[in-house]
Design a binder for this molecule. Structure first.
Ligand code: NAD
Length: 454
């Protein structure tokens, strides 16, 4: 088989081959979309309560396989086990939430003279979902499950390095009794299968999660067909720590080390008011030294490897060994390891302070006052997430409205709940996933006027 016809899935902690999977080409995408279109017509005509019942059964089957899915995620993506269990649970919970949404997807009746005016939320048809490798299971779920609940079929292309949990989810869907071909997973290369899905005339919408660079191309290609697109892209999120804050909690290193920093919401720019800069520096030096980096399948491990050799090389190229920094430790190879790192000698406009590194690396930067903090927080092309820490309520309200980001936390680092909206400002994306409007994003609104005067 040629390299373009298969995907070799490596365990990033050991570099051992976990699986070899056939890679879809454009003809495979074409066949999958035709099958999905046929399945979608029947699914869309089913009563919402029947769709909801099947999705709840799917959730039960996922629930029975949480441990298996989590361990698969550990092997193919190097996630630490506790996080991987949360990810599988997130997929299950979103299924239940979306199932309820199927029963609550309502139209409206609008008063007009001379008749009745009603709106319907109609499914789009076949939705193409393109997922990245950093959270393979939740992001497959976020794009796919609300779409299914709204009456669509889904063709999902997982990332090259992490197709296995998505493939397993598709098997579990069939086991739960979802119609054949309604939820198909097609592993493949982005420039082949991903492009074919984006360009396919019978794919009604694309949900893309990945880098801003690829997202830009996907949007351009969708524009040619006037195809709607949701983009969940990169981030370089601030963690703004005012001097009056609970500083120790505010600089929790897992705000940027979770998933080895391969987290679009990672708080990788630690902006600290100058009065507490030295205190924060000392705290970080202590905590980084204590982070347990190693085998992600070990329950005690706090941070695993990076996803691939390519990602390790990228992080190394952006973080020179001699850069002024606080550093933890990491195992030697095999595996793709990089130590927890906080760069201390960067300017706010340097490459490391502006570019998404996507590794366990943050930059520490001082600010003077509230206006300076807002200026630095917004001085980036991204706007996905961020945290701000202060005990001053007025300041918390002012700053949370002034920072241009889709997901802000005050005195917290949390970003994601399946029942609240998620998405980015600026070059972090377009549209929102999750939350109460998640299903509506997979529908067209049809308005029908019925004359009472005929
Ligand atoms: P990537 O852009 O390289 O790839 C993402 C997906 O797109 C993969 O499935 C890939 O095969 C596919 N792809 C590549 N080229 C394509 C093309 N020309 N046409 C169609 N599909 C194509 O991103 P990545 O490196 O896998 O993921 C990391 C990035 O994802 C980071 O920038 C991260 O911030 C971002 N991300 C964003 C969110 C969010 O919700 N905003 C969530 C997770 C990850």
């Amino acid at each position: 088989m040629s390299a373009e016809h298969e995907l070799v899935v490596l365990n990033p902690a050991t570099e051992e081959v976990v699986a070899t999977v056939p890679a879809a080409d454009a003809a495979d995408v074409d066949r999958a979309v035709a099958r999905a279109s046929a399945a979608q017509r029947t699914w869309a005509s089913a009563a919402p309560a029947d769709r909801a019942r099947l999705l709840r059964r799917f959730a039960d089957v996922v629930d029975a396989h949480v441990e298996e899915l989590a361990r698969l995620e550990v092997r193919e993506a190097g996630h630490v086990l506790g996080n991987a269990r949360w990810e599988a649970g997130n997929a299950r919970d979103l299924l239940l939430y979306s199932a309820g949404g199927a029963e609550r997807l309502l139209g409206r009746q609008i008063p007009v003279p001379g008749g009745w005016d009603v709106t319907f939320q109609e499914p789009l048809g076949v939705v193409g979902v393109i997922a990245p490798w950093n959270f393979p299971m939740p992001i497959a779920a976020w794009g796919s499950f609300p779409a299914l609940a709204a009456g669509n079929a889904v063709v999902l292309k997982p990332a090259e390095t992490t197709p296995l949990t998505a493939l397993r989810l598709a098997e579990l869907a069939l086991e739960a009794g979802l119609p054949e071909h309604l939820f198909q997973v097609l592993p493949g290369y982005g420039h082949i299968a991903g492009r074919a899905l984006v360009d396919h005339p019978d794919v009604a919408k694309i949900v893309f999660t990945g880098s801003t660079r690829t997202g830009r191309e996907v949007m351009e290609r969708c524009a040619r067909l006037v195809k709607p697109v949701t983009l969940e892209l990169g981030g370089k999120s601030p963690n703004i720590v005012f001097a009056d804050a609970d500083v120790k909690t505010a600089v929790d290193p897992f705000s940027f080390l979770d998933n080895s920093g391969q987290d679009c919401c990672a708080r990788t720019r630690i902006l600290v008011q100058e009065q507490v800069y030295d205190e924060v520096r000392e705290l970080l030096a202590d905590t980084l030294a204590g982070v347990r980096v190693g085998d992600p399948a070990d329950e005690k491990t706090q941070m695993g490897p990076l996803i691939s050799r390519q990602q390790l090389d990228r992080v190394r190229s952006l973080v020179p060994e001699d850069a002024p920094a606080l550093r933890g430790s990491a195992p030697d190879g095999p595996g793709f390891w990089f130590p927890p790192t906080v760069l201390t000698g960067e300017r706010h406009d340097s490459e490391a302070a502006r570019e998404e590194i996507f590794g366990p690396v943050a930059v520490l930067l001082p600010f003077t006052d509230e206006a300076d903090a807002i200026r630095l927080a917004n001085d980036t092309p991204y706007g996905l997430a961020g945290s701000l820490w202060t005990r001053d309520l007025g300041r918390a309200l002012r700053v949370s409205r002034a920072v241009k980001a889709g997901n802000l936390s005050v005195n917290s680092h949390s970003s994601v709940r399946y029942w609240t909206p998620f998405g980015g400002y600026k070059q972090s994306g377009l549209g929102r996933e999750l939350g109460p409007d998640a299903l509506t994003a997979f529908t067209e609104t049809k308005n029908v006027f019925i004359s009472t005067e005929a």
